[in-house]
Structure formats: C-alpha cells, structure tokens
Design a protein around this ligand. Structure first.
Ligand code: BGC
Length: 734
C-alpha cells in the first residue's frame, strides 16, 4: 500500500478562516538513493523542498467527488534533498469550500484546509524511512492572507509569518484517497499584455489579446508599500469601460501589498477567466509588465483545422481556446463567474469535437469516474459533476452525458474499457428514464399522454438559450421539453444497445425498449403528413439526427423551411451540435455553409465580428446595439456552441469514420466542398497516427489529398464516386 495511507491528516489547531497555511517539517538525510513524496490536501496545495518547488502542476489535487474520491500525487524529489532539509506544504481552501457545498454532509466537513503526506526515503542499503504528516509537523499562516477560488487572493508581503505551532491530527477519511487519475493541471501558454488602455472612466486596463483561464504574473515595484489591486474581466462595455457584472458574485480580484522589495507575484489557490485586467495602485507604463498564464489540464493537441477564410480560422481558434479555458481538471461550463462547474449538458454537447481537438481520453476517464460516483441510487445524474452535495436532477441532454460521453470516447479512441467501465451507469440511467416514463403519477390533473414510453413526466432545462422564443433572454427555448426528453430517451437507449453489443451482451430487451420509445415518439409527435408537431429547428434536427422518423423527407423539408423562414439558426444547446450535420445529411450542405458563414447575430461568426477570442455562452451575449445580455448568465468563454467544430472536421474537411468503426480504424473521407472556400485542410491524430484531408481549387478542378494512417482501411467519396485508398498520401483531382 502506498505510504500516504500511513500518514495522518493534519490541520492548524486554530484557523482564521481566509488565510493560506504552511505545514512544515525539518529532517536530516544521508545516503538517500531515492526520495518519493506522496501528498494531497483538503483544499489546494503546492509543495516545496528546501525552498524549491516540488510540483510542476498547479491547483493540486484537482476536483473530484470529494465524498468518495480524492486524488493524491506522487513526486520524485530525490534531486532536491540535502543533508538537512525542510519540507513545506502550502495549502489554500480550493474547491472544497465553494458556496454550493452541502453543509449537512456527515462525510466531508471541509471547514479548513488540511493536508496528508508521506515522504519515503530509500537508502543505499535498501532500507527505508517514511516521514509522514503527524503532530510533529509545524503549521503557520503565510503571506496569502485571503484565498478563494472564485474571489481571488490577497498576498501581503509585509506580513511576517508567526513561528509554526504544532499541527493537529484529525480524523478524516483515508479510504477516499486515490492515486492521480486525470491529466496534471499545468501552466501552459503565456501572454504578455499587448495593449495599455486608459478607459473613459480613467481605469488602467491591460489587454492580453486572448481570453484565457489562469492567472497573471508581474513584479511588484521597489520602494513602495502601496496596495495594488487587479480586477480580472472579459469585456469592455460599449463606452470602453471595465465590465464585470457578468462575474456575478465572483470578485476575481488579486490584491497585493508590496514590502518595498521586488517580488514576482503569482497566485496559487485561485484562477480567473479573463482577457483584460484593471490595475489600481501601481504605475503601469508598459502592458508587458503583466503576463497572463493559461492554466489547464495537460492534454496533447490532436486536431488541426485551417481554411481559406480567416473568419472560420478564427472560429476554430475560439473553439480550441474555449476548450483550453474550460478543461481545467473537469469540463467546466465557464471559468469566470461563480459557477465554473462540470455542467453535464455542456460536456455532452462538446465531447465529440473535444476528443478531436485534444487527447481527452485520460481527462474524460477521470471525470466519468466522478459521474459514476455521483449517479444517484435511482440512476439519475446530477446537472453538474462533481458537486459538493447530492442533486440528481436528470435533465434530458444533461444527464444523457452518461451514455453519450462513454460512447464518444469509444468511437474516438476505440478502447472497449470505457464501455466496460461505464456500461452499468448507462444502463442504470436508461432504466431510470424508463421508470420515470412509466410512472405517470402526477395526479388527476395530469393532461399528458400516459404512454409508458413517453418521457413526459420530469423537469428539464430544454433547448437551453435557443433563440426561438419572443423573449431572447428566456433560456428554455420553444421546443417542447417532453419532446426533447423522449428523443434523448430513445437516443440513450440506442447507445446503450450499441455499447452492450460491442461488449458481446444480449441487448434484446433494450432493442425492444428502443422500438417502443420510437413508436411512442412517432405517435405523439409526428403528424399524418410526416411533419413534426413541434415546429422548431431543434425538433427537426433531433428527429433527423437521432433517426426517429420514418418520413425523413417531410422532417427535412420542415427543417429547411424553418431555417429559411427565420433566416438564421435558432437552436440552443440541444439542437446546435447536430444542426449542420442534419442539414448535410439531407443534402443541404450549402445551407449548412450559409449558417456557418453568417456574420450577423445570431450566428457562430457574429461574436468574431465583435472581437471574440473564445466561444460565447449566448448568441446574444453582446448585442449589436452594444448592450449585454443579462449579467445573470452571460459568459464569454463557454465552449458549448463550439460543438460546430466536429462538423468542420467531418464535413468541411471530410474526415469521418465508417458506420460501425471505432478508433478511426475505418476511415471515410467525404468532404463537402463549397465555392466560398479555395481550400480546407484538417487533421486528427488518431490512435494509429494522423488522418488528414485537404481540398483545394486548382484550374477549375479540386485537388483532394487524403492521408491514411497505418492499420487503417480508408475510402473516399468524391463527387459521388468511391475510391479505395491506401496507407500514406492519396491524391485525387476531380
Ligand atoms: C451554465 C450552463 C448550464 C446551465 C444549465 C448555466 O448556468 O453555465 O452552461 O448548462 O446553467 O442549464
């Protein structure tokens, strides 16, 4: 068993609620061949041996379902040892303390930071000594006088830490400790400030030119003790002044009290989502005095996309940065306001393109373990995971992440283990929906159909942030929520059947269930002429993309009519990811391109005309008249609508898998060209190597270049003609 299990959890005997703590221990060391440190915290920690940082990752130990799962990290610290040593673990409050915490919990009482660690010294003769946390460690407050994930940090360099007092051992569970599962959270790109702005109100603002998630670093000026405050924000208002209302209660503030010496400031127990900062209390002459550091899970980039239209290239850039900004240990909705939660719907919507852009297998496997851990006894899934409390909300398209995500991971990476790990969660969720659908027990005034296969007896978010209601601020969209729920009930059941079959299981019972749901759906929601009772784009998109209707032609015509009548997309979180796929599938590729290329509100490119460097949460986040959507919910770094990226890889560039393929083992290159582009090029680093597709216009024809990785079969379809491809580079001109 790992030595950390022999250590004791320790905390400060008395705790002044906001300060960060330094736990420390001195020890001699001689003839040590290897030194390994295992450590974790109730809070977030960083760690130093003889003043040198042990951790190259930040915001350790990350965020998991702390009730049952708390990761510890293992570090090789051999190179940092001396004859006499001092180890320091600095801990802040972290995610344990966020305000939605379930205070009734008997299991987790995260009222103050605590740490547990074990340093194992292996000597030249093979013997070992373990230096583990216990009451012999010292603890004191440090110069971080305030820390809070959402509000920021106060670093006071004039504070003289008191002598350490003896730490108190606490009885806190150790059976929740698990070795690191996810990717480490690292400091990644650095952006020196590019523009110094004095706003009309006189605020000193620095623009980093890119919205990032992370924090800033800068040097304090010498010879002054004047307090410096740095406010982080995403947007200037129409007059060019600082706009922070959309952060809601999150203060996102860094406060520094210098002591006259030069210190390189960098917070350690918080992060912010921002493109700009407003600085007070310090003379700024050069924007590059400040650098923004992007912080996110260390995923390898696997996807590339480029084309002849700079606007679409910027869209791809924004999709990538939406992912970088929101894949900080868990897939968050947004990185700035007082949420930053693992919203299940958002992850569901985005997981396909996420897995093309970056290698997300490890990242999502860890989060899937938290989903499993948080699934309720009845089989429902909370709206966000992890949550420090229990909420089994079970909204359609949110909870369905538990079927859609494992299936997508299987499709992208081709490893059956993800299906094995998650099959029972998938099944429990489908069974749960089935019970909800069967149990029409809402009293005598229940007017809806009592068909036991219609999922019409539960609350849902709906087609979140759709633009088809008269009030644009209204969130839940015009598409009937029960329609969406029944469509996803069918879809999740179909994925469960596929997963079961891939695992060699008899799925007859669920195939029958699927058939019954589709029958009920058709009876309730398809009119005699084949059109759908719900006259919305999202309703048509779901019916087509989930293959729920017999008369596809009628649904297709209805969708085309709706897109043309509106003149733009109206879909929200539920319909948007599939909209362009549905149009391409019914042969309306040009219309799909029209929507992609539209620059006016609402559209994917409208935010780009407003200077966006990440995806916005709402189509109407910043309106053409220069006003903002409600500050109650208006993030400028929300990846969900970036789901369009998978259409860019699959349909524009044409990199797809054959039906039934997983891990990109059977490729189908089928680009949809459009005369508004001279060329399109994309690649995905699959488990077997890089699959790439490029098309470019040349003398009235189009030259296609397809790259096929090893151990892969590949076919191309160009102008309706099929070509068998071989490993390596294949060229076709047609
Ligand atoms: C989040 C969303 C989330 C939604 C639930 C919002 O506050 O930011 O992205 O999915 O709530 O509908």
């Amino acid at each position: 068993m790992d030595t950390i299990f022999n250590a004791k959890w320790i905390k400060a005997p008395r705790y002044r609620h906001d300060a960060a703590l330094t736990f420390s221990k001195r020890f001699p060391a001689k003839d040590v061949k290897k030194a390994t440190l295992q450590v974790t915290a109730r809070g977030v920690y960083n760690c130093f041996l003889n003043g040198k940082s042990v951790t190259d990752s930040v915001l350790n130990p990350g965020w998991t379902d702390y009730y049952k799962r708390l990761q510890y990290q293992t570090w090789d610290v051999t190179g940092l040892l001396k004859a006499s040593n001092k180890i320091e673990i600095r801990a802040g409050k972290g995610w344990f303390f966020h305000n939605w915490y379930d205070t009734d919990s008997k299991i987790v009482k995260p009222d103050e930071p605590a740490v547990i660690a074990a340093l194992t010294l292996t000597f030249a003769d093979g013997s070992q000594q373990v230096i583990a946390t216990d009451e012999s460690w010292g603890v004191t407050e440090n110069e971080v006088r305030y820390n809070n994930i959402y509000n920021g940090e106060t670093i006071d360099y004039t504070y003289a830490p008191k002598r350490p007092v003896k730490a108190a051992a606490i009885d806190y569970p150790k059976d929740i400790l698990i070795p690191q599962e996810g990717e480490m959270i690292l400091e990644q790109e650095r952006f020196p400030g590019v523009k110094l702005i004095v706003t009309p109100k006189g605020e000193t603002v620095i623009d980093f030119g890119q919205e990032v998630t992370g924090y800033i670093t800068f040097d304090t000026p010498a010879n002054t003790k004047r307090k410096i405050t740095v406010t982080h924000f995403e947007m200037l208002d129409k007059n060019g002044n600082v706009y922070t209302k959309n952060y809601r209660s999150a203060k996102a503030l860094l406060t520094v009290v210098p002591d006259g010496k030069v210190h390189t400031v960098k917070p350690a127990y918080t992060f912010f989502g921002f493109r700009y900062i407003a600085v007070k209390g310090m003379k700024v002459t050069d924007p590059a005095q400040f650098t923004a550091i992007a912080v996110y899970s260390d995923m390898k980039v696997t996807g590339h996309f480029e084309c002849s239209d700079p606007m679409i290239n910027q869209l791809f850039h924004n999709i990538m940065w939406g992912q970088r900004g929101n894949f900080l240990d868990i897939p968050t909705d947004c990185p700035q306001r007082d949420e930053r939660f693992g919203w299940t719907g958002d992850a569901q919507v985005f997981c396909k393109v996420a897995s093309y852009n970056f290698d997300t297998e490890k990242f999502f496997n860890k989060w899937l373990a938290d989903l499993r851990s948080m699934q309720t006894a009845e089989g429902s899934i909370p709206s966000f995971v992890p949550v420090n409390g229990k909420y089994g909300d079970g909204s359609a398209a949110w909870a369905d992440v538990c079927t859609i995500l494992p299936w997508q991971m299987y499709l992208t990476y081709g490893h059956k283990q993800v299906l094995k790990d998650n099959f029972s969660m998938m099944k429990k969720w489908v069974d749960c929906m089935r019970r909800w659908a069967e149990k029409k027990d809402v009293g005598d005034d229940f007017q809806k159909s009592r068909d036991p296969f219609l999922h019409n007896n539960h609350w849902h978010f709906g087609d979140w942030l759709a633009q088809d209601l008269p009030d644009q601020e209204e969130c839940s969209g015009a598409t009937d929520h029960d329609y969406i729920a029944t469509a996803f009930f069918a879809y999740s059941t179909s994925l469960l059947v596929k997963a079961g079959k891939a695992l060699g299981k008899d799925m007859t019972k669920y195939e029958e269930l699927y058939g019954n749901i589709v029958k009920a759906f058709r009876k309730e929601y398809v009119k005699e002429d084949g059109t759908l009772t719900n006259d919305t784009q999202t309703a048509c998109v779901l019916a087509l993309h989930f293959d729920l209707v017999e008369n596809r032609d009628a649904a297709a015509k209805q969708l085309v009519r709706l897109v043309k009548e509106w003149g733009h997309l109206t879909t929200g979180f539920v319909g948007t990811p599939y909209l362009l796929h549905a149009l391409s599938d019914i042969g309306e590729s040009r219309l799909a391109y029209d929507l992609l290329l539209r620059k006016e509100f609402p559209s994917w490119c409208y935010p780009i005309t407003q200077g966006a460097t990440t995806m916005w949460e709402r189509w109407n986040g910043y309106k053409p008249d220069g006003t903002f959507a409600t500050p109650g919910m208006n993030s400028f770094n929300h990846y969900a609508y970036g789901a369009v990226g998978d259409w860019m890889y699959e349909n524009m560039a044409g990199i797809r898998q054959q039906e039934g393929s997983c891990g990109f083992r059977e490729l189908l290159f089928a680009p949809e060209t459009d005369d508004r582009f001279d060329w399109v090029s994309a690649s995905i680093d699959t488990v077997n190597g890089t699959a790439a597709a490029k098309w470019e216009r040349t003398g009235g024809k189009i030259r296609y270049t397809f790259t096929v990785p090893p151990k892969t079969t590949a076919q191309a379809v160009v102008n309706g003609k099929k070509y068998a491809l071989c490993e390596g580079i294949n060229e076709i001109t047609a």
